[in-house]
Design a protein around this ligand. Structure first.
Ligand SMILES: Nc1ncnc2c1ncn2[C@@H]1O[C@H](COP(=O)(O)OP(=O)(O)OP(=O)(O)O)[C@@H](O)[C@H]1O
Ligand SMILES: [Mg+2]
Length: 232
Protein backbone atom coordinates (compact mmCIF):
# COMPACT_ATOMS: atom_id res chain seq x y z
CA UNK A 1 0.00 0.00 0.00
CA UNK A 2 1.23 3.51 -0.83
CA UNK A 3 2.41 5.73 2.00
CA UNK A 4 -0.34 7.90 3.44
CA UNK A 5 -0.04 11.56 2.46
CA UNK A 6 0.16 12.37 6.13
CA UNK A 7 1.00 10.45 9.26
CA UNK A 8 1.10 11.76 12.81
CA UNK A 9 2.28 9.66 15.70
CA UNK A 10 1.62 10.80 19.30
CA UNK A 11 2.03 14.47 18.47
CA UNK A 12 1.92 17.00 21.30
CA UNK A 13 2.38 20.75 21.26
CA UNK A 14 2.97 22.98 24.26
CA UNK A 15 3.35 26.74 24.42
CA UNK A 16 5.06 28.85 27.07
CA UNK A 17 8.19 28.51 29.19
CA UNK A 18 7.33 29.51 32.76
CA UNK A 19 3.70 28.50 32.44
CA UNK A 20 3.52 25.59 29.99
CA UNK A 21 0.18 24.91 28.32
CA UNK A 22 -0.28 21.71 26.36
CA UNK A 23 -2.56 22.52 23.44
CA UNK A 24 -2.22 19.29 21.43
CA UNK A 25 -2.29 16.26 23.71
CA UNK A 26 -1.18 13.24 21.76
CA UNK A 27 -2.68 13.09 18.28
CA UNK A 28 -2.09 10.09 16.01
CA UNK A 29 -3.60 10.24 12.56
CA UNK A 30 -3.29 8.96 8.99
CA UNK A 31 -4.63 10.80 5.98
CA UNK A 32 -4.69 8.60 2.88
CA UNK A 33 -4.15 9.79 -0.69
CA UNK A 34 -7.25 11.39 -2.13
CA UNK A 35 -9.13 11.68 1.17
CA UNK A 36 -11.44 14.66 1.64
CA UNK A 37 -11.56 15.30 5.38
CA UNK A 38 -13.13 17.92 7.62
CA UNK A 39 -11.51 18.94 10.91
CA UNK A 40 -14.09 20.38 13.31
CA UNK A 41 -14.11 21.31 16.99
CA UNK A 42 -14.83 24.18 19.35
CA UNK A 43 -12.91 27.44 19.21
CA UNK A 44 -9.61 27.03 21.05
CA UNK A 45 -9.57 23.23 20.72
CA UNK A 46 -6.28 23.38 18.78
CA UNK A 47 -7.36 23.04 15.14
CA UNK A 48 -5.11 25.78 13.76
CA UNK A 49 -2.23 24.66 15.97
CA UNK A 50 -2.60 21.13 14.62
CA UNK A 51 -2.87 22.36 11.04
CA UNK A 52 0.36 24.36 11.45
CA UNK A 53 2.12 21.20 12.61
CA UNK A 54 0.65 19.10 9.79
CA UNK A 55 1.71 21.77 7.33
CA UNK A 56 5.30 21.86 8.64
CA UNK A 57 4.86 25.52 9.56
CA UNK A 58 5.52 24.64 13.20
CA UNK A 59 7.24 21.71 14.91
CA UNK A 60 5.58 19.45 17.47
CA UNK A 61 6.88 19.43 21.05
CA UNK A 62 6.99 15.63 20.85
CA UNK A 63 5.84 12.94 18.46
CA UNK A 64 6.46 12.35 14.77
CA UNK A 65 5.12 13.79 11.53
CA UNK A 66 5.64 12.11 8.15
CA UNK A 67 4.52 13.60 4.82
CA UNK A 68 4.18 11.18 1.90
CA UNK A 69 6.37 8.70 3.76
CA UNK A 70 9.09 11.21 4.54
CA UNK A 71 9.92 11.51 8.23
CA UNK A 72 10.23 15.18 9.19
CA UNK A 73 11.65 14.98 12.73
CA UNK A 74 15.24 14.95 11.54
CA UNK A 75 14.88 17.60 8.83
CA UNK A 76 16.39 21.04 9.36
CA UNK A 77 14.40 24.18 8.50
CA UNK A 78 15.59 24.20 4.89
CA UNK A 79 14.59 20.56 4.52
CA UNK A 80 11.14 21.28 5.99
CA UNK A 81 10.66 24.21 3.63
CA UNK A 82 11.58 22.08 0.60
CA UNK A 83 9.29 19.24 1.61
CA UNK A 84 6.46 21.67 2.39
CA UNK A 85 6.87 23.41 -0.95
CA UNK A 86 6.50 20.31 -3.06
CA UNK A 87 3.99 18.39 -0.91
CA UNK A 88 1.52 20.78 0.69
CA UNK A 89 -0.73 23.56 -0.56
CA UNK A 90 -2.36 26.03 1.85
CA UNK A 91 -5.64 27.91 1.75
CA UNK A 92 -6.46 30.27 4.61
CA UNK A 93 -9.55 32.17 5.66
CA UNK A 94 -7.97 35.36 4.37
CA UNK A 95 -6.38 34.80 1.02
CA UNK A 96 -3.00 36.56 1.59
CA UNK A 97 -2.69 37.42 -2.09
CA UNK A 98 0.04 39.93 -2.94
CA UNK A 99 -1.73 43.17 -3.88
CA UNK A 100 1.00 44.49 -6.18
CA UNK A 101 0.94 41.44 -8.45
CA UNK A 102 -1.66 40.35 -10.99
CA UNK A 103 -3.85 37.35 -10.32
CA UNK A 104 -1.77 35.17 -12.67
CA UNK A 105 1.48 36.34 -11.06
CA UNK A 106 0.10 35.42 -7.62
CA UNK A 107 -0.56 31.90 -8.87
CA UNK A 108 2.96 31.75 -10.33
CA UNK A 109 4.59 32.69 -7.00
CA UNK A 110 5.02 29.13 -5.64
CA UNK A 111 6.42 28.03 -9.03
CA UNK A 112 8.95 30.87 -8.98
CA UNK A 113 9.89 30.14 -5.35
CA UNK A 114 10.41 26.46 -6.21
CA UNK A 115 12.53 27.05 -9.33
CA UNK A 116 14.31 30.16 -8.11
CA UNK A 117 13.43 32.01 -11.33
CA UNK A 118 10.59 32.51 -13.80
CA UNK A 119 10.23 30.43 -16.92
CA UNK A 120 7.94 30.72 -19.88
CA UNK A 121 5.70 27.76 -19.11
CA UNK A 122 4.67 29.24 -15.74
CA UNK A 123 2.20 31.82 -17.03
CA UNK A 124 0.24 29.35 -19.19
CA UNK A 125 0.16 26.92 -16.30
CA UNK A 126 -1.20 29.66 -14.01
CA UNK A 127 -3.89 30.48 -16.59
CA UNK A 128 -4.87 26.79 -16.82
CA UNK A 129 -5.28 26.68 -13.03
CA UNK A 130 -7.33 29.87 -13.17
CA UNK A 131 -9.53 28.21 -15.81
CA UNK A 132 -10.12 25.29 -13.45
CA UNK A 133 -11.26 27.63 -10.68
CA UNK A 134 -13.39 29.58 -13.16
CA UNK A 135 -11.70 32.98 -13.28
CA UNK A 136 -9.21 32.89 -16.16
CA UNK A 137 -10.81 36.12 -17.40
CA UNK A 138 -9.32 37.89 -14.36
CA UNK A 139 -5.75 36.69 -14.96
CA UNK A 140 -4.42 40.22 -15.49
CA UNK A 141 -6.51 41.92 -12.77
CA UNK A 142 -5.17 42.90 -9.34
CA UNK A 143 -6.55 41.01 -6.33
CA UNK A 144 -8.27 44.17 -5.00
CA UNK A 145 -10.48 44.26 -8.13
CA UNK A 146 -11.95 40.83 -7.24
CA UNK A 147 -14.79 39.80 -4.94
CA UNK A 148 -14.02 37.77 -1.80
CA UNK A 149 -15.11 34.55 -3.50
CA UNK A 150 -13.00 35.30 -6.56
CA UNK A 151 -9.98 36.07 -4.37
CA UNK A 152 -10.43 32.74 -2.64
CA UNK A 153 -10.53 31.00 -6.04
CA UNK A 154 -7.16 32.59 -6.84
CA UNK A 155 -5.81 31.41 -3.47
CA UNK A 156 -6.96 27.87 -4.33
CA UNK A 157 -5.28 28.01 -7.74
CA UNK A 158 -2.09 29.19 -6.02
CA UNK A 159 -2.30 26.35 -3.48
CA UNK A 160 -2.47 23.86 -6.37
CA UNK A 161 0.34 25.51 -8.35
CA UNK A 162 2.93 22.81 -7.64
CA UNK A 163 0.50 19.89 -7.88
CA UNK A 164 0.73 18.94 -4.19
CA UNK A 165 -0.75 15.62 -3.01
CA UNK A 166 -2.21 17.39 0.04
CA UNK A 167 -3.95 20.72 0.62
CA UNK A 168 -4.58 22.10 4.10
CA UNK A 169 -7.36 24.66 4.39
CA UNK A 170 -8.07 26.65 7.58
CA UNK A 171 -11.65 27.93 7.36
CA UNK A 172 -11.39 28.59 3.63
CA UNK A 173 -15.03 29.69 3.49
CA UNK A 174 -15.16 31.37 6.91
CA UNK A 175 -15.24 34.83 5.43
CA UNK A 176 -17.84 34.16 2.71
CA UNK A 177 -21.64 34.16 2.44
CA UNK A 178 -23.38 30.78 2.28
CA UNK A 179 -23.82 30.66 -1.49
CA UNK A 180 -20.22 31.67 -2.21
CA UNK A 181 -18.99 29.25 0.48
CA UNK A 182 -20.83 26.41 -1.29
CA UNK A 183 -19.25 27.33 -4.62
CA UNK A 184 -15.74 27.51 -3.15
CA UNK A 185 -16.27 24.17 -1.43
CA UNK A 186 -17.30 22.69 -4.79
CA UNK A 187 -14.06 23.98 -6.36
CA UNK A 188 -12.05 22.12 -3.67
CA UNK A 189 -14.17 19.02 -4.27
CA UNK A 190 -13.45 19.08 -8.00
CA UNK A 191 -9.68 19.19 -7.43
CA UNK A 192 -10.16 16.26 -5.10
CA UNK A 193 -12.29 14.21 -7.52
CA UNK A 194 -10.47 15.01 -10.73
CA UNK A 195 -6.86 15.12 -9.58
CA UNK A 196 -6.99 12.98 -6.44
CA UNK A 197 -5.67 15.75 -4.20
CA UNK A 198 -6.22 15.01 -0.49
CA UNK A 199 -7.78 17.86 1.52
CA UNK A 200 -7.96 18.54 5.22
CA UNK A 201 -10.41 21.36 5.78
CA UNK A 202 -10.98 23.14 9.08
CA UNK A 203 -14.56 24.36 9.14
CA UNK A 204 -17.14 25.61 11.61
CA UNK A 205 -19.89 24.91 9.11
CA UNK A 206 -21.62 21.57 9.83
CA UNK A 207 -23.24 21.67 6.38
CA UNK A 208 -19.83 21.65 4.71
CA UNK A 209 -18.39 19.04 7.10
CA UNK A 210 -21.32 16.78 6.20
CA UNK A 211 -20.22 16.92 2.56
CA UNK A 212 -16.73 15.56 3.36
CA UNK A 213 -15.81 11.86 3.27
CA UNK A 214 -14.44 11.91 6.78
CA UNK A 215 -14.86 14.11 9.84
CA UNK A 216 -12.29 14.46 12.60
CA UNK A 217 -13.43 16.17 15.79
CA UNK A 218 -10.84 17.83 18.00
CA UNK A 219 -11.80 18.70 21.57
CA UNK A 220 -9.28 20.12 24.02
CA UNK A 221 -6.30 18.94 21.97
CA UNK A 222 -7.49 15.38 21.39
CA UNK A 223 -9.26 13.72 18.48
CA UNK A 224 -12.45 12.47 20.09
CA UNK A 225 -14.13 11.15 16.97
CA UNK A 226 -13.10 10.05 13.48
CA UNK A 227 -16.03 9.20 11.24
CA UNK A 228 -15.86 8.07 7.62
CA UNK A 229 -18.94 8.46 5.47
CA UNK A 230 -19.34 5.86 2.74
CA UNK A 231 -18.96 7.35 -0.74
CA UNK A 232 -22.31 8.20 -2.29
N1 LIG B 1 1.69 30.74 19.68
C1 LIG B 1 0.90 30.46 20.74
N2 LIG B 1 1.32 30.74 22.01
C2 LIG B 1 0.55 30.44 23.07
N3 LIG B 1 -0.66 29.86 22.99
C3 LIG B 1 -1.12 29.56 21.78
C4 LIG B 1 -0.38 29.84 20.58
N4 LIG B 1 -1.09 29.42 19.53
C5 LIG B 1 -2.25 28.93 20.00
N5 LIG B 1 -2.26 29.00 21.36
C6 LIG B 1 -3.35 28.52 22.23
O1 LIG B 1 -3.70 27.23 21.85
C7 LIG B 1 -5.09 27.02 21.96
C8 LIG B 1 -5.65 26.50 20.64
O2 LIG B 1 -5.57 27.53 19.67
P1 LIG B 1 -5.93 27.30 18.14
O3 LIG B 1 -5.75 28.58 17.44
O4 LIG B 1 -5.18 26.12 17.64
O5 LIG B 1 -7.49 26.93 18.26
P2 LIG B 1 -8.58 26.70 17.10
O6 LIG B 1 -9.20 25.38 17.37
O7 LIG B 1 -7.94 26.92 15.79
O8 LIG B 1 -9.63 27.85 17.42
P3 LIG B 1 -10.57 28.70 16.42
O9 LIG B 1 -11.70 27.79 16.05
O10 LIG B 1 -11.03 29.84 17.26
O11 LIG B 1 -9.75 29.13 15.25
C9 LIG B 1 -5.69 28.34 22.40
O12 LIG B 1 -5.92 28.28 23.80
C10 LIG B 1 -4.61 29.34 22.07
O13 LIG B 1 -4.64 30.42 22.94
MG1 LIG C 1 -8.24 28.33 14.25
Amino acid sequence: MADPVLMLDAVTKSFGTTVVTEVIKGVSLRIERGEFTALVGPSGSGKSTLLNILGLLDRPTSGRVAIVGEETTTLDDAGLTRLRGRSIGFVFQFHHLLPGLTVAENVMMPMIAERGRTSKEMHPRAVRLLERVGIAAKADARPAELSGGQQQRVAIARALALDPPLVLADEPTGNLDTKTADQIFEVLREFNRELGVAFLIVTHDPRLAARCDRTLTLVDGRIVSDVRIAAT
